[in-house]
Design a protein around this ligand. Structure first.
Ligand code: SME
Length: 186
């Protein structure tokens, strides 16, 4: 078997942080750390591994959305919207099909763009203008991605659990957004 080099980078950088391995069908048998500090430290290392030597934005966002879908518990949608002209346009994601275009100022994503700040929404039903793409969603976090001073897109994560995202999630995900902002050709 020849391992995909990008897969190898993602898997092997985990080192001893992850217990387990592969079963006979090459399925991963390990789990990500429960402790959020350890989890985001590992995700940061794995994201750097995935981005190493590759600056294509679609490829990198696709791999990072897959990474986050594997690593984060109790989420039902994770992905990216890219700022294209004056609109956010759907990018790589994992989850149910979602709305394609969002105007700045609209929904949680558009609000993050206009404010230039992460939006943590403990209860999406209490957020005026929330755009529902999956009716299972109860809470949400949207993190702007900056390339230099400019916002180029957002990372959006939905959870079926109310109040799923805390300060550790915000800090950890902002670090990943920073790596993506610097590590891709937007
Ligand atoms: N809830 C988002 C829309 C995108 S979906 O969640 C994937 C919003 O209000 O902007």
């Amino acid at each position: 078997m020849t391992l995909c080099s990008r897969w190898r980078k993602w898997y092997t950088v985990a080192g001893s942080a992850i217990q387990g391995g592969m079963d006979l069908d090459h399925r991963l048998t390990w789990e990500y750390p429960k402790d959020k500090g350890a989890l985001y430290t590992l995700l940061s290392v794995q994201t750097k591994g995935l981005l190493e030597g590759e600056r294509d934005v679609i490829a990198n966002l696709a791999n990072v959305s897959a990474l986050l879908a594997l690593a984060l518990e109790t989420i039902n949608w994770v992905g990216f919207y890219l700022l294209r002209g004056s609109e956010l346009v759907l990018g790589p994601f994992q989850g149910k099909p979602a709305c394609v275009r969002i105007l700045p100022g609209k929904g949680v994503c558009g609000t993050a763009v206009v404010r230039g700040q992460t939006q943590v929404v403990p209860d999406v039903h209490s957020f005026a203008g929330h755009i529902a793409c999956d009716d299972a969603s109860r809470s949400e976090i949207v993190v702007p991605i900056f390339c230099g001073e400019k916002i180029v897109g957002v990372l959006d994560i939905d959870s079926p659990v109310p109040d799923r995202f805390d300060e550790q999630d915000r800090q950890g995900l902002e670090k990943l957004a920073e790596l993506l902002g610097e590590g891709c050709d937007w």
